[in-house]
Design a protein around this ligand. Structure first.
Ligand code: ZN
Length: 373
């Protein structure tokens, strides 16, 4: 017997098609949210598939089924589905507001949105795959860009389980999870023609550096920074203007010790006293401080690149000169830069790099997390 309430699941080809034509963006007019949905683990390219003509009897706009020549089964057709963010999918079905959204209006929205996406694909010929790596705080379900997104997002891979176990075992587990994620990510990249990778990182620093270290260096990465004030993601793809050049103050102190500490003060100051307390032995150090370290400092990607290159140059020069046994990285800076710095580490040259987690309530304030080798 045909149960009229049972919905035919979309085939994966249909899912993919719906995602592609929507560009992974909410189809509601004026909304530009990128959609990602937490599933059981990794692949998240679903969004909310909203029905234009409601599927069930009594659902929003179901009464228009005959007028628009749909049969019950055909209501699952992708012509009747719109990819939307949670908020808008609720809005069009809500008892109070649904009257504002008759089928004609929604079909029109869908058509305009899909045309716009197609034109952008044509225009930019650029698509991307996203890596959402948010292990601080709760998972996110969509991505709000500061500006219009520069790419058409084809799919997203995520790791959004909050990282809470700061013990040695916890870090080891985090490291393995990173390796798994990077493997899977590289696998996805192999299987399709992707122009760029968009990374949305918000995680403990050691994991971010490690993630950058694992990502292949051959790809163009577009790394975003989360703006907590505005709750959106920023990079400078289209915002080269109004950047004052970055000033880095550099202090190098060498006494021929066997280990080198790198102190990087971008969003806050890394205090030498804290580093001494943590390491509790003699070390050489190089300290880089931005002109005005501040938590609110938004770093655009080009600035991150400048800092990354500078660190790499200085450290590699020192390594050649002093042949250190170990390098210790003490970092106070934004997530995106941590990923960039990880990318810049050449394991054959740097040797063991020890990573530290900061917690001002702890004594010492930096504690060893794990090493990159
Ligand atoms: Zn929306």
């Amino acid at each position: 017997m045909n149960n009229s309430n049972s919905r035919r699941p979309l085939t994966s080809a249909e899912e993919k098609h719906l995602w592609m034509v929507s560009g992974g963006i909410c189809s509601f007019e004026g909304c530009s949210k990128r959609l990602v949905v937490s599933t059981d683990g990794m692949l998240t390219n679903i969004g909310i598939k909203a029905h234009i003509i409601g599927h069930k009897k009594g659902a929003a706009r179901h009464e228009y089924m005959d007028e628009y020549n749909y049969t019950q089964d055909e209501l699952e057709d992708i012509t009747n589905l719109m990819l939307m963010c949670y908020h808008h999918s609720k809005l069009i079905d809500d008892k109070v507001t649904k009257e504002q959204f008759p089928p004609a209006r929604l079909f029109d929205m869908k058509e305009k949105h899909e045309k716009w996406v197609a034109s952008r694909l044509e225009l930019y010929k650029k698509n991307s795959i996203a890596l959402i790596y948010k292990r601080l705080g709760p998972p996110i379900n969509d991505i709000e860009y500061e500006l219009e997104a520069p790419y058409v997002l084809l799919e997203a891979i995520e790791e959004q389980n909050e990282f809470v176990d700061f013990t040695p075992q916890g870090w080891e587990k985090g490291k393995r999870e990173n390796e798994h994620l990077a493997r899977m990510f590289n696998q996805r990249l192999k299987n399709q023609s992707i122009n760029t990778v968009e990374i949305f990182p918000l995680s403990p620093i050691p994991l971010l550096v490690h993630m950058g270290f694992l990502l292949t260096d051959t790809l163009t990465l577009s790394i975003y920074q989360f703006n907590r004030e505005k709750q959106n993601w920023v990079n400078n793809q289209y915002a080269e203007q109004e950047q004052t050049p970055i000033q880095l103050e550099k202090v190098i102190c060498t006494n021929g010790e066997k280990e080198l500490a790198i102190l990087l003060s971008i969003s806050g100051s890394v205090q030498l006293a804290d580093v001494k307390e943590t390491l509790n032995r003699d070390f050489d150090y190089v300290s880089l401080t931005i002109d005005n370290p501040s938590v609110k400092r938004i770093l655009y990607q080009s600035e991150c690149k400048i800092i990354q290159v500078e660190i790499k140059e200085i450290v590699e020069q020192l390594i050649q000169q002093y042949d250190y046994e170990k390098i210790h990285l003490f970092y106070a800076g934004p997530a995106g830069l941590a990923v960039e710095i990880g990318r810049g580490i050449n394991p054959r040259m740097w040797g063991e790099v020890c990573l530290y987690q900061y917690d001002r309530r702890m004594k010492p304030r930096y504690s060893y997390a794990f090493s990159l080798i």
